[in-house]
Design a protein around this ligand. Sequence first.
Ligand SMILES: [Zn+2]
Length: 250
Amino acid sequence: MSTVLTFRELPYARENLATVLSTTGAIGEDGVVVTDATLFYPHGGGQPGDQGVFITADGRTLAVRDTRKGDNGEVHHLLDPADAREYRLEVGQSVTQQIDWARRHAHMRMHTALHLLSVVVPHGVTGGSIGAERGRLDFDLGEASFDKDELTERLNALIAADYPVTSEWISEAELDARPELVKTMSVTPPRGAGEIRMVRIGDVDYQPCGGTHVNSTAEVGAIQVASIKNRGARNRRFTLTWAETPGGGK
Ligand SMILES: [Zn+2]
């Protein structure tokens, strides 16, 4: 049975009621819990799996330490082993899902910033990763070179322009007819049911993506290109961090 990906249409929802579909895991292992719907983003596309808690009707709090994609459209919530040992969820039981919002919101901001990075560095993306404190994309640059201060300025201008971030679905055939829309050389866009999820940032970026993003670019906040490093003959790694405010701190 597949899990409804509630976070996709409601990326700002922090709490949700869900029903347990299955629960596995031997004593001493993580408890793996599948629910009918979830707010927890499963690790994928460079974005980490969400953390948070499940709260039962009788007031038990079970920590979810990671979220992964399972087979057949299932989402696997990995419970903290100690919590899974102490309390066994039952199939059909209702749980309140609460995501670690501070962490997820940081991922949404950084994820959106990386889309903008792919705008100011218009080259093929060969890898990437998103964190709450930093994010990175690797590009196949060939002979091109970039100045990090200039890129920082251009990124912050795109952020300040406050472009709306929206999503829509197109058919796989439509995407196959426009291969230029795919910027990632290493990651194939999520497919299934013949539909592809596209993410649009104003009139500056349009690409397939299954991740979570903020509603408009101003919400990203000030960012900086912290480093540009060689990763082989043609590849360069661009790392973004939150901009430091004058006078220190973040
Ligand atoms: Zn994205």
